[in-house]
Design a protein around this ligand. Sequence first.
Ligand SMILES: *[C@@H]1O[C@H](CO)[C@@H](O)[C@H](O)[C@H]1NC(C)=O
Length: 200
Amino acid sequence: MDAPKAAARRSREWTLKQPLVVFFLPAVLSPTLAIHVYTDREVHGTVGSKVTLSCTFWSSEWISDDISVTWHFQPEASRDSISIFHYAKGQPYIDDVGAFKERMEWIGDPRWKDGSIVINHLDYTDNGTFTCDVKNPPDIVGKSSQVTLYVFEKVPTRYGMVLGAIIGGVLGLVILVLVLAYLIRYCWLRRQATLQRRLR
Ligand SMILES: *[C@@H]1O[C@H](CO)[C@@H](O)[C@H](O)[C@H]1NC(C)=O
């Protein structure tokens, strides 16, 4: 093969390879390989109880020592969100501001891809949106995930009791009717038996 032909072939190979590079480069940078953070969409709690705000994630990289987890809270009626929790360099830090500083607990373990927290002693005014964000350098591209907390007064319990009473009442009535029907049938059968004995 002479030199010009070989050069032409090399150039052809390069033009063939180039689309591959162009094709794969975005894939490397695209969110499909980025970090994915998952939370529930909403959680419910009653005043005085506690809720677990679970946060898990998936990363294309090994879990690094620089992994960080951040939780933000945005009250229902507010446009601003505050940072309430931060995990970095293997240490959890509860922010010293906001309504949760004395009521929240870190139960996550980033080595197990878990960034969950617990909010204790729920208050009626805790309604709002919690955002969990995880960065696992060099895997830092990815969306955070949000969970909305609704705190109810203990009314649902009263409602549950009413519902329970109704169901219990209906069940009791059904049982009463069944027992009565059985008794009537029993008496009738006995009467028939006596009549027949008398007829013989
Ligand atoms: C919190 O949300 C619940 C459910 O929507 C609602 O009943 C309650 O009134 C809200 N609390 C406040 C303080 O707005």
